[in-house]
Ligand binder design. Sequence first.
Ligand code: HEC
Length: 241
Amino acid sequence: MHNQPKFIPQRGTDFFADGRSARPQVEHTVARGQLREDQYFYTGLVDGKEQDALPFPATIQVLERGQERFNVYCTPCHSRVGNGDGMIVQRGYKPAGNFHDAKRLAQPLSHYFYVMSNGYGAMPDYSAQLPPADRWAVAAYIRALQLSQNGKQGDVAAGGKVENLSDIAEQEGLPASYAGPWELPGTAVSAKPTGATVESVPEENQNPPASKNRPPIHPEATAPATAAPTTGGTSTKPASH
Ligand code: HEC
């Protein structure tokens, strides 16, 4: 048992001519799970364009997974209701945009997948935290969130009643305005100290760092990444989970 013919990670071997026990992928081969044949599933684009479709059926399991992942990774900035006033924004991060405004309601579904995969302006990408199937699940959940605030009587089965969100908020002991657009509290600090320019923010404190290898930013996102540290030494850089 002690002397097994096995390779120990990171240790060399004299079995292969180059002395490496960890083998590089054999040229011109495709490993299982690497084919990435389904272009839309992996990129969210067809012929370079975002589409309004989920690449697999939107089951309740998909939506529940999306809700759980959204609550973990997106709510710090976008908030649980998706209005863009998450805690990090309240503490000074660039406002994250309201998923319920006309512009975002009109976005095709894969826009959300694309933004999670590639980042968007001040928002970092979440491709390392969320594998493609999870990114789609989150996108589907965002659609559910959007629908949840635009429910019509005709959407529910006969006899059902669409309840007013503000009434539900009150029943739950939340302010009636909970699901509406929030005002930033007076204690919220500004994302950019008065007088600060992008140039005056050290590169490593910019969001995301202005690295040359940064993934492509969404063509629509033109705003510069300007969120600056607001107190000495405290970086507003989003934690990489
Ligand atoms: C660290 C804060 C932060 C987190 C966490 C975050 N976002 Fe964002 N997001 C932003 C900001 C800020 C913007 C606006 C960027 C800009 O305009 O420069 C944004 C923009 C977006 C947009 C673009 C909306 C539009 O205008 O088209 C989408 C979609 C989006 N976020 C989805 C998500 C999803 C999904 C998650 C979770 C996986 C997430 N975000 C997590 C900060 C964040």
